[in-house]
Design a protein around this ligand. Structure first.
Ligand code: HEC
Ligand code: HEC
Length: 458
């Protein structure tokens, strides 16, 4: 029944929006993603740009930032001059009128502090989008009217940021803590910007799906192996164009995009140099070796082995994990159409989105530290990934003090009897399901232990 429904909605969506090409010729077989040409770059220059560059050219006035945040989290990146004393998640930049503003940077979502160490490229899985307070709309409105009255120049510099925050922040709520809303943010920014000129409009120019898609954040050290970006592998063509997408938050016109674009070949080059952190405790080598053999028999055809990575998309009929994320591209093809007709898809190094009915089997490098697991972060440990009966329906972890479980490998968690509050992960919610990927279920407990030992070595 469910299948029929899917087919019907599939057919309807294709009839109504025939510009989205569904490239899923054989939905029962995994599909190989071919590589796209990428621009070369300099990783050192890319790193500098990532942590100090003005890919967002608007933000909050410097003095306001200092008042509100002080020197919090400023010890992790050894930045100097303007950025000394600024949290690693923000960057002080010069706005086009010369005023200094502080803007959020990529590390808001793509870095995490564990045991007092900043791990670059590790997805931030403690982020809290449940209250909408992270970027507060009413504060933005107050700041805007205050600035207007007190400092015309500061207002000018902050305006592109504040006007967007006012509109989007209320629409970025998730049901539970620890999941990200980047897909929703992208959809919102697209809906409010002209695809050719990127001109902002306070009213949305296309429909935005009602439900917010929750997702985990993939580790940056996987990018070097991938031929398609994002969980459903739909990011194709020039990767730098996707890396710079945050610029859409505050961009004023496409001449700015053209300038920002010239740096992201270097950022990509830097991302490709990031290596996953090593498992910090001792590993039982003979058990890991046994696990490696089981891995080759059961897992490597999808996930790869060593330097070999097959770049496969796995269709719904095989993977069976929560379909909410990839289906959204079919149910709301206007976002894909927007992108494929936008500035991003033009020029001599275009990017494009190619939707797929399933998920990419990710490389498993450094997987011991990337909990929670699956694209929606619904499973707290590797043990539970490999044994679906172990997956908790409702679970909580300690957000005040991060506690990692080095045996089950993942977050220490407690099982809750019922859902409730924003810190209990509720797998009953649409998009938050923890089912599917049953490839470890038929193994014995001993075999699973061996596989986990092996995964610690990656
Ligand atoms: C608001 C949080 C957020 C910010 C800020 C952010 N990202 Fe992301 N990023 C995500 C999420 C979530 C995904 C996964 C989305 C998906 O696959 O559906 C992602 C995916 C990616 C990917 C694809 C990784 C892969 O394995 O496919 C790259 C590369 C990336 N981001 C780079 C960047 C860069 C560079 C910046 C800064 C210019 C940035 N991101 C800013 C949340 C964020
Ligand atoms: C048919 C292909 C396929 C096989 C076989 C397979 N996987 Fe996966 N695996 C996937 C896909 C696709 C995902 C992403 C699913 C999602 O996020 O919804 C995934 C996700 C995972 C994840 C979570 C990664 C993360 O960072 O969230 C782990 C761990 C994993 N697989 C381990 C294994 C192990 C171990 C085996 C063998 C016992 C295995 N897989 C067999 C396709 C496969």
């Amino acid at each position: 029944m469910k299948k029929i429904f899917t087919l019907v909605s599939f057919a309807l969506c294709c009839l109504a929006f025939n510009r989205v090409t569904i490239q899923n010729p054989n939905p029962e077989e995994p599909e190989y993603i071919p590589p796209s040409p990428q621009r070369d770059g300099d990783p050192k220059i890319g790193y500098e740009y990532l942590i100090t560059g003005d890919y967002l050219k608007s933000g909050i006035p410097f003095s306001y930032y200092k008042l509100a945040y002080g020197k919090r989290n400023s010890e992790y990146l050894k930045r100097d001059s303007l950025n000394e004393g600024i949290s690693y998640e923000f960057t002080a930049v010069k706005a086009s009128n010369g005023e200094i503003v502080v803007a959020p940077n990529c590390l808001q979502c793509h870095a995490q502090v564990i045991d007092n160490k900043l791990i670059m490229g590790l997805g931030n899985s403690t982020v809290d989008f449940t209250s909408g307070e992270r970027v507060n709309a009413s504060n933005a409105a107050i700041a805007e009217s205050f600035l207007k009255k007190t400092s015309r120049k500061k207002y000018e510099a902050a305006e592109p940021f504040l006007k967007v925050v006012k509109v989007v922040s209320k629409q970025l709520r998730t049901q539970v803590r620890g999941v990200n809303t980047a897909d929703r943010l992208a959809a919102l920014l697209a809906a409010h910007r002209n695809p050719q000129t990127f001109r902002w409009s306070d009213t949305a120019m296309m429909d935005i799906p009602e439900q917010v898609i929750p997702s985990d954040v993939p580790a940056w050290w996987l990018v070097k192996k991938k031929h398609g970006l994002f969980y459903n592998g739909f990011g194709r063509g020039d990767f730098g164009r996707f890396l710079m997408a945050s610029n859409l938050l505050t961009v004023t016109d496409t001449s700015e995009s053209n300038e920002v674009d010239t740096h992201f070949n270097n950022v990509l080059a830097y991302l490709k140099t990031i290596e996953p952190p090593k498992y910090p405790y001792s590993i039982n080598q003979s058990l890991a070796k046994e696990g490696g053999i089981i891995f080759v028999q059961n897992c490597s055809k999808c996930h790869g082995n060593g330097d070999e990575y097959p770049n496969l998309l796995i269709p719904e009929s095989i993977i069976k994990t929560d379909s909410f994320l990839y289906k959204s591209n079919y149910q709301n093809p206007q976002f894909v159409d927007w992108f494929n007709n936008s500035w991003f898809a033009q020029g001599d190094h275009p990017a494009k989105l190619v939707p797929y009915n399933g998920y990419m089997a990710p490389p498993l490098d450094g997987v011991w530290i990337t909990a929670p697991y699956f694209h929606n972060g619904s499973v707290p440990t590797l043990e539970a990934v490999l044994n679906s009966k172990e997956r908790p329906q409702y679970w909580s972890r300690n957000y005040k003090k991060l506690e990692y479980d080095y045996q089950k490998v993942g977050w220490k968690y407690s099982v809750d009897k019922k859902p409730g509050g924003s810190t209990v992960y509720n797998t009953d919610l649409p998009g938050y399901g923890n089912y599917g990927h049953y490839f470890g279920d038929h193994l014995t407990n001993k075999e699973r232990k061996a596989v986990i030992e092996y995964l610690k070595t990656l």
